[in-house]
Design a binder for this molecule. Sequence first.
Ligand code: BTN
Length: 322
Amino acid sequence: MAEETLLNILLEDPNGFVSGEEMSRRLSISRTAVWKQINKLRTLGYEFEAVSNKGYRILIKPDNLDKLTLNNALNTVMMGSVLEIIKSTVSTQEEARQRAELGAPEGTVIIAEEQTGGKGRLGRKWFSPYGKGIWMSLVLRPQQPLEFTSQLTLLTGVAVCRAIRKRTGLDVGIKWPNDILMNQRKVCGILLESTVEDKVVRYCIAGIGISVNIDREEYPEDLRDIATSLKAESGATVDRSLLIAAILEEFETLYQLYAQEGFLPIASLWEALSVTINQEVVFNTTQGLREGLAVGLDPSGALLVDTGMGNIVPVISGDVKL
Ligand code: BTN
């Protein structure tokens, strides 16, 4: 359960009123302190209806991201223990990398309302308009050699996929290695970047980009057929703070499981959510394009493709086409 805060009390029953007296009693603070907290929420964009003898109820929840709302929704120990929200930046990957270099602890989370130079995989750009998505980077400090970091990419995909399903009920699936798709269109991409010294990983930055509330017409022409957003698919605006909290919670649980039991349970969860397994795929090799049936993951996280005549090929990088 999230900690009892004034905001949580007001959110319990969004249509009901809560009296100042009840809030002051439940939080063991004075009525003046209640009033000050209500005013603090007003500065963050919350609007209230205040009725004498009844109390307060929330009329409008702001759509922008703020630390108070996020911390209020968050129920983790490590993920988000340091959390920063930036209005606009070139890329949260770069922001997180700078903090990691300065010693930011594992679990540091950097979120931006907008990225002016969002980075995708394979040198692509990532469309990151203001206030419409989740553009965030996590600082991780796994104690493991570089070759294991692809497992972390898959783990991140599982965490995001489970959180989206939980919060929206949408039937999203994972395309290898870590695109999250809805109706064959991409709603989320993950970019894991590692910094290594003497073959030991110093830190990884897991970048997560989710198109949350982007309307179809807001997409640039070249993305309209291949990208979609949670709002476009569900028809409803999605609360970004609650989704971020769910992702960080799922991530923390899976990261602990991974530390205790290794990659196997993560691989099973990934396979269960995958839209790639049991599909014919086309992939790149040094000898050109090849195709086959995706049959599973190997213990390192590579996609195993059956190219016929008992030939199973591990695909470790690049993209696959379904
Ligand atoms: C992909 O190409 O599928 C990966 C996209 C990753 C985008 C996220 S948004 C937050 C973080 N900052 C970036 O510049 N990129 C990642």
